[in-house]
Design a protein around this ligand. Structure first.
Ligand code: EPU
Length: 421
């Protein structure tokens, strides 16, 4: 097992390139199950969730090579339609194979995901949508068994905007017979990119990138080639690394519009931002961090996947800030760990009340989930002394060797193997 050892309070400098987006890739990869043949996805991040999805798709019969950030996925021989517990328990996004398998092959058996480290994450909306499209759904031995001769178009309105349920439903509707109308669809960039990929395969989708989608089902989809978008959460995490260490750094990132809400909050907190030639430069030199409240919401609001990192940042602000998560009410496992570094945070329901302190101090802390781990790395960069972050396998699920990017920016961070966990 690996840990990070961070010696904090050094300044960062230089520029790093942002990797491909994990959450986009996790939707694009299963979408290839809708086709028979050779698909290509470029700019794929080398993160553990990518490898888990590769294993799952291979188990279904896909032939896959992954070199130089390019995935070649040949779905010609897909013949198994079961997503086993061992994959789904590791990665909830495995449930994305449900829609494509059901739509293409009329059958899918997918292990029911359990709770996750920070609380319940239901999939009722995915299942209700499949039923509306004509599937029969049963629960057998912990597995969802979904069957349909051919799905048929339907009207689906999501009570709650859900990235995963929207992705699954679109992937099912594109091969259904007739027209589907999906309202209150998620408009996160990862979903819009999935819609583009499906369109390249021959899907007929009206309203791409909006919350109302009209999908006219087709009989067949053809393999396609797409370049994945860069990871907006990695971009945001590294910008906060610059801000929390009061440094001037740049990130090479081509989609600033995907992180507009975060950029505005960074400016509110006192950081200066400049965008030139595909680089976002953040300048936080000699800055006093202003306390800045955030409330997470669906895109284009402030992302829940940046909440933990923002709390880490606010621990060093002047004054008190309130950070509220309205998407996942219990996603605050990082708070007790940040307190071990000297942060002053009080929880009130789904809000963290963060009173800025002058200095954090290094300590041993534990990663509990992906974004919590990132917040500990950020806090460690700004803490005096040594911070050891255990269980960084959580972080490796979604950040491509973040320590190398931080080292390139001059941070004192190393990965070490340890027997402790
Ligand atoms: N929800 C339901 N029923 C459902 C599905 C969702 O009530 O059937 C609720 C959830 O409980 C939550 C809200 O809807 O309150 C939104 O959840 P959503 O379905 O949008 O989340 P997801 O698709 O499971 C994706 C990302 C998450 C990210 C969320 C929110 C992937 C693979 N995962 O999850 O990413 O936090 O959207 O933006 O795309 C991460 O990268 O660290 C991560 C957890």
């Amino acid at each position: 097992m690996d840990k990070f050892v961070v010696n904090g309070v050094g300044k960062l400098h230089g520029t790093v390139k942002i990797s491909g987006a994990k959450n986009s890739c996790l939707a694009l990869m299963p979408a290839t199950l809708l086709t028979k043949g050779k698909n290509n996805i470029l700019n794929v991040p080398e993160v553990n969730d990518t490898y888990t999805m590769i294993k799952l798709l291979k188990e279904l019969g896909a032939e896959i090579s992954f070199n130089n950030h390019e995935l070649k996925i040949n779905t010609s021989n897909v013949s198994n339609f079961v997503a086993p517990y061992e994959h789904v328990k590791k990665m909830r996004a495995s449930v994305y194979v449900l829609g494509p398998l059901l739509a293409h092959y009329g059958y899918a058996k997918v292990s029911m995901p359990g709770g996750c480290a920070w609380g319940p994450r239901p999939i009722n909306l995915h299942l209700e949508a499949m039923e509306k499209l004509g599937a029969s759904i049963e629960l057998e031995g912990g597995y969802i068994v979904a069957k349909a001769n051919r799905l048929s178009g339907a009207k689906i309105n999501f009570d709650v905007s859900s990235v995963g349920a929207t992705g699954n439903t679109i992937m099912a509707a594109v091969l259904a017979k007739g027209t589907s109308l999906i309202t209150n669809a998620a408009i996160e960039p990862e979903i819009t990119h999935l819609e583009h990929f499906l369109e390249m395969m021959g899907a007929k989708i009206n309203g791409i990138g909006t919350s109302t989608l009209e999908i006219e089902g087709v009989d067949e989809l053809m393999p396609a080639k797409i370049t994945n978008i860069p990871d907006r959460i990695e971009a945001g995490t590294l910008l906060i690394a610059g801000a929390i260490t009061k440094s001037k750094i740049g990130i090479e990132y081509s989609h600033p519009e995907h992180i507009e809400s975060l950029l505005l909050k960074l400016e509110d907190s006192g950081a200066k931002l400049k965008q030139v030639d595909g680089i976002i430069e953040i300048n936080a030199e000699n800055m006093e961090i202003k306390s800045t409240d955030v409330t997470t919401s669906i895109y284009p609001g402030f992302p829940t996947d940046m909440q933990a990192q923002w709390i880490a940042y606010m621990t060093l602000a002047k004054g008190t800030s309130t950070v509220t998560d309205n998407i996942y009410l219990d996603r605050f496992k990082h708070v007790p760990e940040l307190k071990r570094l000297g942060a002053d945070i009080e929880m009130r329901n789904n809000s963290a009340i963060v009173k800025g302190v002058n200095q954090l101090t290094g300590a041993k802390v534990m990663s509990t989930d992906l974004r919590a781990s990132a917040s500990l790395v950020l806090a460690g960069l700004a803490a005096k002394g040594t911070t050891e972050i255990l269980r960084i396998y959580h972080l490796d699920r979604g950040y491509q060797r973040i320590e190398e990017k931080l080292q390139k920016l001059g941070a004192n961070i190393t990965r070490e193997s340890t027997k402790e966990y």
